[in-house]
Ligand binder design. Structure first.
Ligand code: KNH
Length: 154
């Protein structure tokens, strides 16, 4: 149950930050937070990561629905001792729903976090994307650790 509250928290933070960007920033406006590293840039994306599949909303609705159903089934099935795994799934659930709301309401996703990682202009993203990527990252680490443990045991 707590995991749905985490997902809900992610959705609220995601939607509130997007609301503030829409309300208080012009499209294309750039606000430097840390020069040459972190900027707030009001941006819209009709696609997925790196703007792939622009405008394919029905595809995104179907994929996101499958992702959300998969995450809920997995959250229900996993034993309660798998806290980190369930935490990662709840982050991804919140992220997927956050972007889904944008796609349903606006047929595009609101992005505003603009970072220059090693001077590479990484695509502008949002809180939902961050939750998704962190969730994927935690699952990757858990899987690697699991694999390592098995190797030591065998
Ligand atoms: C994070 C997944 C993208 C997110 O997927 C979603 O919504 C899911 C729930 C539904 C999609 C329809 C299906 C997944 C597509 C998978 C994908 O795309 C490959 C992703 C790899 C990933 C490694 C795990 C890289 C990460 C990139 C970025 C995130 O950096 C933090 C750049 C984000 C910017 O391009 C920004 O404009 C994107 C915009 O906000 C819309 N966001 C989405 O479509």
């Amino acid at each position: 149950m707590i995991y749905y509250l985490i997902a809900l928290f992610i959705i609220i933070v995601d939607q509130v930050t997007k609301y503030l960007v829409v309300q208080y920033m012009e499209l294309g406006e750039n606000i430097p937070i840390i020069e040459n590293f972190l900027y707030l840039s009001s941006h819209r994306n009709q696609g997925a990561a790196w703007g792939i599949l622009q405008g394919q909303m029905y595809f995104f609705y179907i994929i996101t629905m499958l992702v959300v159903i998969g995450l809920i089934v997995y959250l229900q099935k996993l034993p309660n001792d798998q806290k980190w795994m369930k935490f990662a799934l709840s982050l991804m659930l919140g992220g997927a729903v956050g972007n889904f709301i944008d796609r349903l309401l606006h047929q595009e996703v609101i992005d505003f976090i603009n970072t220059f990682i090693f001077s590479y202009d990484f695509p502008i993203f949002n809180v939902a994307d961050s939750a998704l990527v962190i969730g994927v990252g935690i699952i990757l680490v858990l899987t690697l650790l699991e694999g390592k443990k098995e190797k030591e045991l065998s």
